[in-house]
Design a binder for this molecule. Sequence first.
Ligand code: 2AM
Length: 489
Amino acid sequence: MEAVGDIAVIGLAVMGQNLILNMNDHGFTVVAYNRTVSKVDDFLANEAKGTRVIGAHSLQEMAALLKKPRRVMLMVKAGKPVDEFIEQLLGILEPGDIIIDGGNSLFEDTIRRTKYVESKGLLYIGTGVSGGEEGARRGPSIMPGGSPAAWPHVKPIFQAIAAKVTDPQTGAEEPCCDWVGEGGAGHYVKMTHNGIEYGDMQLICEAYHIMKDGLGMTPDEMHEVFKEWNEGELKSYLIEITRDILAKKDDDGQPLVDKILDTAGQKGTGKWTVISSQELGIPITLIAEAVYSRCVSAMKDQRVEASKVFPPSNSRFAGDRKRWIDDIRKALYASKIISYAQGYMLMRAAAEHYGWNLNYGGIALMWRGGCIIRSVFLGEIKKAFDKNPNLTNLLLDPFFKKAIKSCTRSWRKVVSMAVRKGIPVPALSTALAFFDGFRSARLPANLLQAQRDYFGAHTYERVDAPRGQFFHTNWTGHGGRVASGTYTV
Ligand code: 2AM
């Protein structure tokens, strides 16, 4: 058996199949394998007919067909199947070979697997692949992390099949794929991408809700608004599909969107992002609200009951509709900036905590095309990090500072009117609350510290003493003078 294969892909569900066909289009010889081996023959007889894809009927056969170092990419269900395949592959592959997990794995699993596979002398990559089935076929966004030594061997294949965008700085065509960082960095960045995706979608839904209930607009009218928005700074895949969704008619000619039940599902990556943010102590409030909004939407029966107890009052916004639409656009844009600033704060904290050297501008470029959150906006983020690679917060970049400033009036107007009219805007309003907190030199946490010291002797620092010096007050005049150092609230 001749070793002609450039890479093997295990897992012939749609994502795996499409990645293989994409690799084939770019001149690579791919070896295909699947646990249920009959699917290998099905694939070769149908989707892969006429291509140079080679089917393998066992892992041994697959390994024998690969050039060295062997590159084996898993496109199987996240969780146990990945560990099981790694275990089998370790018995077949050789030191220096590379195992790649292209599924939606939790980054903590990827951290563990990278260490484990490296301890056996092999290399490991855990990579985010975003863009759905179509992206996998035509050009996904690919976010690889793991063993740095594996990257040069995988780079030509991944960058060839990835989506391409024009670098806003240089004008050159760049692939939406670059090395993200060590260990679980690739899957972490993919997870953050998904969290941001939750936030972007929720923001669009809130804008839609205000236009629908506050301005009384029809789907056709909103279609026109999103069409216009997609020609400006909000231009993005999600605005584009929203535009198209609003124009879509059901068989009876009525807007399909009105017939869709208002309960959202979720697969967990938004939740993971929020869990990680809690562990790292980073306020990604907008993504958290987006996750909770899906939870509220899922409580359909309870909401229907509650709507009878607390019936809605008049939710119409008074005033010029055109001006409101412009205000809503600005509120959406400002909130989106906050969400990305929070997402970047999270990645920065994770990089520090887990010891990854993240390439922040590169991440913006990877998200610029191929994936669900692709947008012109990410080009601005790339520019911001190109100008200042050490930028600590996106809000401090001159472009975003100016953008936020030009939106704040409209943002406050929209949020306060929505609150007055009883239209829920959790993402738009939490973004504003975060912004106001972030730009406050003094917050009421002085009182909070006093409360903690009062009931738990947790001590406090003083404005008139150096940082790091802790004080305790006997607030009630009785009880001990001992500060609590042993437990925290
Ligand atoms: P299958 O076709 O044999 O079910 C997406 O489900 C992909 O993950 C498929 O290729 C599927 O293989 C594979 N997969 C799911 N669970 C698996 C398991 N426990 N072990 C191996 N492969 C699995």
